[in-house]
Design a protein around this ligand. Sequence first.
Ligand SMILES: [Zn+2]
Length: 206
Amino acid sequence: MKYKVYCETDEKWEEFDCLMPREECPVDSNHTIREGSLSGAGASDEDYKVLRNKIIDRVVDEGFSNLTTQEKEIASENFCVSKADRDSVHTIDEQVAFGIEYHKKSTIARSKRRKVIEAEVYNRMQSSTERYDLMNGASAMIDAYVNFGVEGSLEGDDVGLFDYLESRVGTPFENTGLLSKGYNVEGMTINEFSERLMDVLKNGNY
Ligand SMILES: [Zn+2]
């Protein structure tokens, strides 16, 4: 979801490239906006988790207590703030309802990311044996990532896909993860390939 506001100074609608709008013109905060014109601008093709991270950055920069009421609600709806802060703007029943939406949108974003890494694997690895070895070895972790957001030990999970892709020290994949495999990858080294897959899955860069 993007937001837009009618700017009287620009004499046109201005869009916010974020889930969290300010009640002012995004081009220049000194502009005059039409009162009550702030509204949603439909579904966005952008990766939900990327958009959500922008809210988190905003909350960290501004502090929850300095946000407008609408911004507090948006931060709470998208689970970007603590339980105590969520309790200050939404009832538990509302939080359950938002939780369902949050899980749904996050799963869609992670599914998109999986499709991107599948395209990377199927196009950059010419050996079907190696492709099978990689995708079969990681399939349960890929499912756990997509369906439940399990990432890896550094991200607060016991163990997960990110540990495997980076052959992280101190995890079961230290010597058996992607970096330890002698796969042939077209156009990049195995380390660059690992970084590429991580950039897609972790940062939503695709
Ligand atoms: Zn303006």
